[in-house]
Design a protein around this ligand. Structure first.
Ligand SMILES: Cc1ncc(COP(=O)(O)O)c(C=O)c1O
Length: 324
């Protein structure tokens, strides 16, 4: 299914981009006016064996998707509203919902068998899918988590322990941009600030004239703090900001962090996958999280946390632990 979702999202996002001017919103029926000449129907062409093993991320484009097929996939939506705000609550096409129901039944049929024999294999398959999707180096860099807020808590919790264990000193800092998401700011207060940390909030107002403006404000803040002898343990940077929605130059910001001696960089890509290309080799961050239930058609709630191989020794773990 993960494979089909990738195909579907590529198709769908490509068409939202291509056809955004032609999407007829707030019509009685969700009606996409799509140029058929450029409409490729990806997911019906999958070789079934592809979903079992490694699959080609870039499928062969061969046939067309039709308006009525799109309508059928989203016929469970309120027909009076075109749902294009996947940033708050994503939508799942019918084939995803149907697959979800199959898995729920599988679980209910024999929960013990499912837990001991199927679940971990299934999760590994999903982790491999995410690994390919974001060009990570190793599947061990990928964990499936509940949502982006959980991923943030997992990393900050580990930093809290670094203060308690004397690895971090009182006053060590995290740097964020003013536009950071509210839940992220609150998590920083709860885990980092309370443990003795300091928050550097880089001020700037949208709209900005260029990426360079953001990069230079960010660098200036780091240089100033460094000059005062402060150690910056973590940079927390949005990939796509929440309000307004702006794609930040994460690759360049990560580079600035490396040049200015920031220990670790976390990219909050809550809106990343499905919205923008995410390539971990290219971005170069230590941590990256993205929801899969916003722009990627997965049912809620599912996200991933990427931890670069070099930081997997940190013993990060979910706030809730099981017996293993
Ligand atoms: C930039 C950003 N970060 C984090 C989040 C938190 O995502 P979630 O509520 O799925 O944990 C959001 C939610 O929209 C967001 O916009």
């Amino acid at each position: 299914m993960a494979c089909r979702i990738i195909m579907f999202y590529r198709y769908y996002v490509a068409h939202l981009r291509l056809c955004h001017q032609n999407i007829q919103i707030l019509k009685p029926k969700l009606s996409f006016r799509i140029s058929r000449a450029s409409s490729y129907h990806y997911y019906h062409n999958l070789n079934p064996t592809d979903t079992q093993t490694n699959f080609p991320i870039k499928p062969k484009l061969s046939s067309f998707i039709t308006d009525s097929e799109i309508e059928a996939e989203f016929s469970h939506h309120d027909p009076g509203v075109a749902r294009i705000n996947n940033g708050s609550f994503g939508c799942s096409p019918a084939f995803v919902i149907s697959e979800l129901q199959q898995w729920q039944l599988k679980w209910l049929r024999q929960p013990d068998h499912f837990l001991f024999n199927e679940l971990h294999k299934g999760i590994l398959k999903s982790r491999n899918t995410v690994k390919e999707l974001i060009n990570a180096e190793d599947v061990d860099e990928i964990s499936i988590v509940d949502n982006a807020t959980t991923a943030v808590a997992i990393v900050l919790q580990q930093m809290q322990w670094a203060f308690f264990e004397g690895k971090f000193k009182k006053g060590d800092a995290v740097i964020i941009l003013q536009c950071a998401y509210g839940a992220v700011k609150n998590s920083i207060k709860a885990y980092f600030l309370r443990a003795g940390g300091y928050v550097i909030e880089v001020p700037f107002q949208f709209p900005v004239n260029s990426s360079e403006e953001i990069i230079s404000e960010f660098r200036m803040a780091l240089v100033k703090e460094k000059a005062s002898g402060r150690r910056v343990r973590l940079a927390m940077i949005d990939h796509v900001t929440s309000m307004p929605s702006v794609v930040l130059p994460v690759k360049k910001l990560v580079k600035v962090c490396r040049e200015e001696g920031v220990d670790q960089v976390f990219i909050d890509g809550a809106h990343g996958v499905g919205c923008v290309d995410v390539d971990m080799q290219e971005i170069g961050a230590d941590f990256y999280t993205s929801n899969l239930h916003k722009w990627f058609f997965c049912p809620a709630s599912v996200a991933f946390l990427y931890c670069r191989k070099s930081v997997t020794h940190l013993e990060l773990h979910h706030p809730m632990l099981d017996r293993n």
